[in-house]
Design a protein around this ligand. Sequence first.
Ligand code: SF4
Ligand SMILES: [Zn+2]
Length: 315
Amino acid sequence: MSRYPDFRIDNRWIGSLRGGKVPVDPHIPYGYFNEPERMSGGRVEEVTTILLTNQECPYRCLMCDLWKHTANETVPIGAIPIQIEYALSRLSSTKHIKLYNSGSFFDRNAIPFDDYKSIASLVSTYQTVVVESHTAFIGADTLFFNELIQNRLEVAMGLETIHPDVLPRLNKRMTLSDFRHAAGFLASEGISSRAFILLQPPFMSEVEGIEWAKRSMDFAFDAGVSTCVIIPVRAGNGSIDLLAREGYFTEPGLNALEEVLSYGIGLNAGRVFADLWDLDRFSACDRCISQRRERLQQMNLQQTILPEISCSCQE
Ligand code: SF4
Ligand SMILES: [Zn+2]
């Protein structure tokens, strides 16, 4: 079997394999929670995350499942601030906030530009404001929003992988040069950035998945990001499931995530976090999953490589 399929992976193909969306309310965020995170200064502090309901991202990346909780239309002006108020009134107060919108904060069809001032005033007491964006949307609106919130901005961007044959097949329509340029632009404006890095995207074995996640982190830090988040790729969005059935994709195991996180922390180049959402699906052993989850959580918080958990499943 060839390493890559002979069909074209594009918007049409990815879209044709999607299932239905979850109904959303434009005035209610589809998720909100507080959780601890290690700050760049070394302290562990509570961070509020609000998963904003907004129009679906115009990109259709191969591995993305964020479209499931999105609207088909731009939400009305005023809806995003209402969502933020809704979440904040239900959470205890924190000093840091992430406004994640399943797309690009600086996409005006996603987050209406006319709402920037209201959003900025709602987050005025936070020390850090993290948003996410495709590199293509980073520019004048980013600087404008950064001014409004008085220079406390951090932008998370999907680097995904630097594998030269896999990145183009993710349909992200972003080059490494685009990423480097965006990270450099943010840094030159005093804006922090974090990179999302995929662990074992399609078309990679486990060994390759580990290797390319490490190299991708090297690239991200070299490009100027201050934080990397490792995201194990999972099935469930239609296209990834089809690639799995055809032998082009397998989900990574917990060992791979552990190895890549240890590598990243060992670089001492910035913060490195493992995304622990839905972690159990990557484990093949019920006996050690709780301890291994706890170890990864503590490594995220302490940014230290902790002793490995021993279990008969490793023998
Ligand atoms: S740019 Fe981000 S949100 Fe948009 S499709 Fe790609 S991964 Fe999903
Ligand atoms: Zn085990």
